[in-house]
Design a protein around this ligand. Sequence first.
Ligand code: ACO
Length: 338
Amino acid sequence: MSKKPTLKIVGTGSFLPDTVVTNKDLEKIMDTTDEWITQRVGIKERRVIGESGLSTSDMATFAGKAAIEDAGLTAEDIDCIIVATITPDMNFPSTAIFVQQNLGAKNAAVFDVSAACTGWIYGMTIAEGLILSGKFKNILVIGAEFLTSLSDINDRSTYVLFGDASGAVVVQPADGDRGMLGSYIKSNGDLADLLWSYGGGTRVNKKVSDQEKMFDENGIDKRSTIRMEGNKVYKYAVRAMIESAEKAMEDAQITEDDIDMLIPHQANSRIIDAIAKRVNMPDDKVVRNLQYMGNTSSASIPVALDQVRKEGRLKDGDVLLVAAFGGGFTWGGLVIKM
Ligand code: ACO
C-alpha cells in the first residue's frame, strides 16, 4: 500500500531548439569520433541554441507556456514559478523573473533553484512542500538549460556531452490516489571539485588554489566554461542514481515491481544501463532520449516526461520513477503516479 500522494501533475510541456549538431559535425571541428561518443556516452546528436539568439528564460517560457496550456489553465492562474537552472540569464534577477514577465503570470511568486542536473527534482520537492503548506495551488516547475553556453571547445571530454532544452510541469494539490508518492534529495559539498563552472561567481576572490584553476596550462581563461572530472563523476553518479531510486521508492512505500516506467537523468547510456539493471527495469520501461538530445541537465527529465506523455507511452495511473545526479554533488529521485 503506497503513501497518499502530495501533489499531482496536471500539465507538461517542453522545448528543443531547432539546430541539430551531430557527432559527424563535431568530427569536423575537434579531435573526436562518432564511434567514441556513441560507445562511451550513447549520444548521436544534440539540439543547441546556436545562433538563434534565445536565452534560458526564452526556452523556459516556451516549455512553461506549453505546460500551462496542457493543464487547461492561463498564466494568471499560476501562483508560483520555480525555474531549475545552472545557466541563468543573469546573476540576478532570477531567470524565473523573466519567465514570469514573458508569460504574464502576474499572480505568481517566482524564484530559481540551483542543483545542476538534479535541479528539477529539487524544484518538485520544494513545490511539494509549498503545496502541503497550503500557500500555493498551481505551481509551474521548469528545468531549463543553455548548457552549450558553458561548453569549452578546447575540452573534447566535455564539449561533446551537452545540449540545450527546457521542460516544464504544472502541479496542483493531489485530491485522489494519483500524484507524487515519494521524494528524496541529497547533496555532498565535499564533491564540489568534480564538476563546476565559475561564471561570474564571487568565488573568484576566494583563494589562490581556486585562482589557479581558472586558467589552463596555456593561460586560457576557463572561468566561463564547465570543468569536470568525468571518471570520478561517473563512479559517484551510478551510486547516487541507485540510492535516489531506492530512497524515493522507500518514501513512497512501494517496490520496483510497482514501477511502470523509469526516467533516469540522461547523462550517459552506461549510467542509465547501470541503474536500470539495479532496479530490474526491462529496456521497454526505461526512457532514453540521450541519443538525440545530449545531456541537458535539469531539463532532461521534464523533457522526457513530456515526450512519453504526449506519445501515449505513459498513461494515467502508471507509476513513474525518476532519478538524477549532478554537480554539487546533488542527487535525488521521485515516484509519481500519473
Ligand atoms: N573523443 C575522443 N576521445 C576522447 C574524447 C572525445 N570526445 N573525450 C575524451 N577522450 C579520450 C581521453 O582523452 C582519453 O584518452 P587517453 O586514454 O589517450 O588519455 C580517453 O578518451 C578516455 O578518457 P576518459 O575520460 O577516461 O573516458 P571515460 O570513459 O571516462 O568517458 C565521460 C568520459 C564520457 C565523460 C565519462 O567519464 C562520463 O560519462 N562521466 C560522467 C559525466 C557525467 O555524467 N556528467 C553529468 C553531470 S553534468 C552536470 O551536472 C551539468
